[in-house]
Design a protein around this ligand. Structure first.
Ligand code: NAP
Ligand code: MG
Length: 404
């Protein structure tokens, strides 16, 4: 069989621990036998980030801007414990995802991979629900303080022109706690653009929710900016038959639970933090959650939502064959290859991505699964736990049949 050709390189960001092991296995068993793979490779493994003083992370993000599509392996974000584990680290390097996100000015969309054998906890959910979380500002960049005596707090903004604007926050009769939060118009606008663009790319309705009845100015700005940005995308939405729908956060929560899924739910930073954990848990498994970073200009980076699966890596280092679930990482590859194929007009590459995903579903539907999923299957389905290598071999076999 002749291998499928690519014209533009995919930006490949390698990572850490168990997911780095899976990464190499996925390439070897599922991609390289079928695709004449063209990538620009960046090693975001922790030690290489350290050696390059994290320049490699910045370079990989800039390459993503240049080429438009990247696929990323999970990476370690060092904390104090990691500093002890890797004594050669010269600094507690920042989260690569944070660095990449801020360079691309992107929004993260998380969606579960749904299979028949594992039913969501919410029984009417039939299709995936994608959560888009605004990842800038609000309580995450807020300042707060405590006071102990009666008094009054004010909020003052001083412009570069020297002009000031002050409002009273509250007059209190005793000890109190205070918080000052902000968001930037430019960040909200980028968020809105990425959401509308991703809804078009995936042909799904877009829901957006805030609490603008209470935070009339603050959340009102979010609502207004989304409405303004929608004007640019409206014609395309109408052409695709998809809708943009705004509602209050509490109404959205009730509707989401009663819905059958199949849309994107855009949330403010805190709502997205909380709701993405709720939705992903209700869908089943972190190992089945995909994640896509989309920039306002359409630049896209695909990855798994889970981390480097450290506990499994230590078993692997002891020589054990682990049953780590590679699904979300495979879907990062298939998503990126499909997107590359769409941008470059390569129907074969798009078809490859689709067939790869079908082969994964076929394997799971035949009851061949990693251990994490076997524990979740509904009564009436039979499932056997296999190792990651066996699982990938089973997918490769089905994929080869589909492609010939
Ligand atoms: P994790 O790697 O997501 O794993 C937490 C647990 O979830 C695992 O121990 C495992 O449970 C289960 N799990 C996750 N993915 C799985 C998979 N593919 N197959 C089977 N089980 C899976 O989170 P963590 O242990 O908190 O973090 C490890 C490292 O990942 C940290 O250094 C963190 O900085 C990094 N991280 C990176 C990203 C990213 O790059 N996007 C995201 C999150 C975390 P059992 O052990 O019970 O089997
Ligand atoms: Mg959270």
């Amino acid at each position: 069989m002749e291998k499928i050709k690519m014209t533009t390189p995919l930006v490949e960001m390698d990572g850490d621990e168990m997911t780095r092991i899976l990464w190499a296995m996925i390439k070897e068993k599922l991609i390289l036998p079928f695709v004449d793979l063209k990538t620009e490779y960046y090693d975001l493994g922790l030690l290489h980030r350290n050696e390059t003083k994290d320049q490699v992370t910045v370079d990989s993000a800039l390459a993503t801007k240049k080429y438009g599509v990247a696929v990323k392996c999970a990476t370690i974000t060092p904390n104090r414990q990691r500093m002890e584990e890797y004594p050669q680290l010269t600094e507690m390097w920042k989260s690569p995802n944070g660095t990449i996100r801020s360079i691309l000015d992107g929004t993260v969309f998380r969606a579960p991979i749904c299979i028949d054998a594992v039913k969501p906890v919410v029984k009417n959910w039939k299709k995936p629900i994608t959560i888009a979380r605004h990842a800038y500002g609000d309580v995450y960049k807020a300042v707060d303080m405590e006071t102990t005596e009666p008094g009054t707090a004010t909020l003052t903004f001083t412009g570069e022109s020297g002009e000031t604007k002050t409002i009273t926050v509250q007059k209190v009769d005793g000890p109190a706690v205070w918080q000052g939060a902000h968001n930037k118009e430019s960040s909200i606008r980028s968020f809105a653009k990425a959401c509308f663009q991703y809804a078009i790319d995936t042909k799904q309705d877009l829901w957006f929710s805030t609490k603008d009845t209470i935070a009339k100015v603050y959340d009102g700005a979010f609502k207004r900016i989304f409405e303004e940005e929608y004007e640019t995308y409206k014609a395309k939405f109408e052409e695709l038959g998809i809708t943009y729908f705004y509602t209050l956060i509490d109404d959205a929560v009730a509707r989401v639970i009663r819905s059958e899924g199949g849309y994107i739910w855009a949330c403010k930073n805190y709502d997205g933090d909380v709701m993405s954990d709720m939705v992903s848990t209700a869908f089943g498994s972190l190992a089945m959650m995909t994640s896509v970073l989309v920039a306002p200009d359409g630049t896209t980076e695909y990855e798994a939502a889970h981390g480097t699966v450290t506990r499994h890596y230590y078993k692997y280092l002891k020589g054990e064959q682990t049953s780590t679930n590679p699904m979300a990482t495979i879907f990062a590859w298939s998503g990126a290859l499909k997107k590359r194929g769409q941008l470059d007009g390569l129907a074969d590459l798009v078809n490859f991505g689709e067939k790869l995903e079908e082969a994964c579903f076929d394997t799971l539907n035949e009851g061949i699964m990693t251990r994490d999923l076997v524990g979740l299957v509904e009564p009436g389905f039979t499932a056997t736990a296999v190792t990651s290598a066996e699982f990938l071999d089973a997918i490769a076999e089905r994929l080869a049949k589909k492609l010939t």
